[in-house]
Ligand binder design. Structure first.
Ligand code: RFL
Ligand code: PHB
Length: 396
């Protein structure tokens, strides 16, 4: 098989890249290790920046988020049992975020890809990359035991943190930056109305962090900080709801509607960046190149901007015969990535209980939160990062 771009991974990064390239008239094939059902079953992101919503519209799948998304103008911070609204929209000249699930984004892109008749291989085993330093790289894989091969001009490694692509960058050329946090998040999805439908709630309690989010007016997503050693089986629904109530302010606790969970999982928290994001004809995008802890809701949004830059660069190469975009790709992405890494690390540090910082650490957090909600300068800093810094931030 021949194509212009072979995309490894059918998560949001791979699917969105495929859609944007197709719009620009560039052929692409996606190779995914899992089944479509498995990909859709992973419950992850829920908050989209405006830049991400605009990209979904550009890719031709805006109707899902336009009809099913809930626009948020505010986020709420809870500490010392009190809730403080941060008017992110007012503080950023009218910018908003939209609550719309990664599962829904993925489903919209998958449906469109099927309707357009674009080629995707799911359940691909032993995916391998070849000759990435040459002008004609290849991707090989097995479907039902039969070996297949794609020849292409570029390979996009959109295969997430545990994918194969990044491993093809020689280790002496790849610099990795990492911080692993000493706790995880247990998340529950339930068909109950969200306790706070118009603002995501981030709670710093002396029992640990809690987050109230949503997927729709009838489906909620909640998270609790938990020890990394915890197993999902140790968290009955009842234990989860009881603990969540203890970490929220009294008004929200009283309003919380509980019900049976439809999904429950534990995720570790990590900050990670791999530099550079290109080697030869291989380009990394999304979680394949970087991870942020989910506290700032930046992971999917960063994947979307990587893919925007990559689709522009590849289009420039094929349509204008210019390598400028592909040569700048890694540096252009990394500027935005490190800003989001800083913000996600800061919000994670501010909102969680750290086992080793004790009461001193908690007092410092409370002093900073108190300053944050009273200072227009610090609230504005939180707000402008939360809605997403402009694409041309710092370029003027
Ligand atoms: P994905 O989604 O991991 O997709 C990668 C795909 O590649 C496939 N794959 C392979 N395919 C072929 N060959 C191989 N060898 C392969 N190895 C892997 C995988 O099966 C998969 O289908 O990466 P992508 O596309 O870069 O997307 C990134 C996002 O998924 C991620 O950044 C976000 O989910 C992070 N995140 C959040 N981001 C936000 O912007 N807003 C949020 O509110 C938000 N909340 C979250 C989150 C992540 C979370 N977890 C579980 C880490 C909440 C949580 C709890
Ligand atoms: C989610 O809805 O899953 C979500 C929302 C906000 C975050 C992280 C996850 O910061």
């Amino acid at each position: 098989m021949n194509t212009q771009v072979a995309i490894i991974g059918a998560g949001p990064a791979g699917l969105l890249l495929g859609a944007l390239l197709d719009k620009a008239g560039i052929e692409n094939i996606i190779v995914e290790r899992q089944t479509p059902e498995y990909v859709l079953g992973r419950i992850r992101a829920g908050i989209l920046e405006q830049v991400c919503v605009d990209l979904l519209r550009d890719a031709g799948v805006g109707s899902g988020v336009d009809m099913g998304g809930t626009v948020h103008h505010e986020i709420d911070l809870v500490f010392q049992n009190k809730r403080y609204p941060i008017a992110v929209s007012q503080l950023t000249g009218g910018k908003v975020v939209t609550a719309y699930g990664q599962t829904e984004v993925t489903q919209d892109l998958m449906t469109q890809r099927t309707q357009l008749g674009l080629t995707s291989f799911y359940s691909a085993d032993e995916v391998d990359l070849h000759d990435i330093e040459s002008k004609s790289p290849r991707v090989s894989f097995s479907i039902d035991g039969r070996r297949q091969e794609i020849s292409c001009a570029f390979i996009a490694g959109c295969d997430g943190f545990h994918g194969v692509s990044r491993k093809h960058i020689p280790s002496h050329l790849l610099k990795e930056f990492e911080r692993v946090y000493p706790f995880g998040w247990i998340g529950v999805l339930a068909d109950v109305p969200p306790v706070s439908p118009h603002a995501i709630v981030y709670a710093n309690s002396d029992r640990g962090f809690a987050l109230c989010s949503m997927r729709s007016m009838t489906r909620s997503r909640y998270y609790l900080q938990c020890p990394l050693t915890d197993q999902v089986s140790e968290w009955s629904d009842e234990r989860f709801w009881d603990e969540l109530k203890l970490r929220l302010d009294p008004e929200l606790s009283a309003k919380l509607i509980t019900g049976p969970s439809i999904e429950k999982s534990i995720a570790p928290l990590r900050s990670y960046v791999a530099e550079p994001m290109r080697h030869g004809q291989l380009f990394l995008a999304g979680d394949a190149a970087h991870i942020v802890p989910p506290t700032g809701a930046k992971g999917l949004n960063l994947a979307a901007t990587d893919v925007k830059y990559l689709s522009e660069a590849i289009t420039e190469f094929f349509k204008l015969n210019s390598s400028h975009g592909i040569d700048q790709y890694s540096a252009r992405c990394l500027k935005r990535i490190w800003r989001a890494e800083r913000f996600s690390w800061w919000l994670t540090s501010l909102m969680h209980r750290f086992p080793d910082t004790g009461e001193f650490g908690q007092k410092i957090q409370e002093a900073e939160l108190d300053y944050l909600v009273k200072s227009q300068a610090l609230s504005t800093s939180l707000a402008e990062n939360y809605v997403g810094l402009p694409l041309d931030f710092g370029d003027q």
